[in-house]
Design a protein around this ligand. Structure first.
Ligand SMILES: C[S@@+](CC[C@H](N)C(=O)[O-])C[C@H]1O[C@@H](n2cnc3c(N)ncnc32)[C@H](O)[C@@H]1O
Length: 244
């Protein structure tokens, strides 16, 4: 099922952002340097681009197919292009030093063709995706798992296995493929968290039936109100990188 980001764009920035430590890990693991030409594929509201630009001076272009998401990115003074990454990318060969795609690969129908396109538009640089592995998806906090029971299976259907991405990277010609885990610990499951879930801060919530979502919200609210001490969850993602 396709997710409509027009609606999500309204409050995406209120609930989704990158921490300094995640950005610094990305810069160091991706060997991002001042002066590089970088494409932020599926840039959305430009959160990742803007955060990277807080640390290094690069020539950053954001591409996304959702015009409302891009409008927010443009308001952050980013250079943006509206295009669908399921088709050939609108750039010449050897246009970028690095292509980064954060939480976009699970939306792409023809991943083989996109990864080949990324290889084509790169100079001798790297392709970097931020995503979640199936192992990380399965490690959803028991409370969220209990209240929204379909989430894990839905996400495992949407997100490619890391082995699939490794295979596609290799097939396109990328070498020295490596992974790094990103972990954000001690996220409290509190009223602020409930607000994020209520606002469907991750797109999987849009895929639940109304009854599962509404019942889950009621149970989560009761759970938070009944707990004197907040319960904490972790968030885990993976950076996958291949060199041209
Ligand atoms: C989960 S958001 C991630 C946004 C941003 N990269 C971030 O990490 O905050 C996914 C984004 O991918 C975009 N997207 C999905 N399919 C796409 C496609 N075929 N071509 C271009 N963008 C796409 C959506 O419009 C949305 O902005």
């Amino acid at each position: 099922m396709q997710i409509d980001y027009s609606d999500i764009s309204k409050n995406y920035d209120d609930y989704r952002s990158f921490s300094h430590s995640e950005i610094l890990k990305l810069i160091s693991f991706g060997n991002l340097k001042n002066g590089m030409k970088i494409l932020d594929l599926g840039c959305g509201t430009g959160n990742l681009s803007a955060s990277v630009l807080d640390f290094i001076k690069v020539d950053m272009t954001g591409l996304d197919k959702s015009f409302p998401m891009l409008k927010k990115a443009k308001a952050k003074a980013l250079q943006v292009i509206c295009a669908d990454a399921d088709y050939n990318l609108p750039f010449n060969d050897h246009s970028f030093d690095v292509v980064i795609g954060s939480y976009v690969i699970h939306h792409i129908k023809n991943r083989m063709s996109l990864i080949a396109e990324c290889f084509r538009i790169l100079c001798d640089g790297s392709l970097i995706f931020l995503t979640s592995s199936h192992d990380q998806i399965e490690r959803l906090h028991p409370v969220i798992k209990e209240f929204f029971p379909s989430m894990i299976e839905l996400d495992k259907k949407r997100f490619p296995q890391l082995s699939e991405l490794d295979y596609l990277f290799k097939g396109a010609g990328f070498k020295n493929i490596k992974h790094k885990e990103l972990i954000i610990s001690n996220i409290p499951i509190d009223m602020k968290y409930l607000e994020k879930v209520r606002n469907k801060f991750v797109s999987t919530f849009y895929l639940l039936t109304d009854s599962e979502f509404n019942e889950g919200i009621e149970k989560l609210e009761a759970f938070i109100k009944n707990n004197k001490e907040p319960v904490y969850r972790d968030w885990r993602g993976t950076i996958i990188l291949g060199e041209k």
